[in-house]
Write a protein that binds this ligand. Structure first.
Ligand code: T46
Length: 137
């Protein structure tokens, strides 16, 4: 599994730093939703699901956290902690977020509106869906 990191240009001057995220420029999809998580309680695991169709980019705009990425064949763990970099989490990647620093603000850009029916929240269903996925796509 190739992890795809997106590098954002940081525009800065004596006042501080600024990064701009734009659909089809530095974000490889139509941005329909933006959400962010913060005040995450220590030692919790978030995510623990895959999406059937949704593509997302995760940006730690403050602090850091770890992400487990699993395509059903291979698992990779990454530490993200830079507002200048996004991690692309494509459809049908099982992902889990953990080890949130107390100040972590995790921003997510999503290619579609919130839709609970797009979630696969059981690992067994994920592998089952993956086995049939080749026939669907
Ligand atoms: C993902 C990872 C990276 C909404 O009502 N609208 C929304 O846009 C979202 C994202 C969530 N919700 C509700 C659904 C739940 O009642 O907020 C509650 C918490 O959501 P969830 O438990 O799915 O949160 P995480 O942190 O486990 O996962 C989230 C996203 O849901 C998910 O798509 O890929 O972050």
């Amino acid at each position: 599994m190739d992890l795809r990191f997106l590098d954002f240009k940081i525009m800065g001057d004596e006042r501080g730093s600024l990064a701009a995220l734009e659909e089809y420029r530095n974000i490889p999809f139509n941005i329909k939703r933006v959400y962010y998580m913060f005040n995450t309680v220590p030692n919790v695991r978030r995510g623990c699901h895959a999406h059937k169709e949704l593509n997302q980019v995760l940006v730690c705009v403050k602090g850091s956290c770890r992400i487990l990425m699993d395509d059903g064949k291979e698992k990779k763990e990454v530490l993200i902690g830079s507002p200048a970099q996004g991690l692309f989490v494509g459809k049908m990647i099982w992902h889990e977020m953990y080890d949130f620093s107390p100040d972590c603000v995790l921003l997510v850009l999503a290619s579609d509106y919130y839709d609970e029916t797009d979630y696969i929240r059981s690992y067994g269903k994920f592998t089952e869906y993956l086995n049939n996925w080749g026939m669907i796509h």
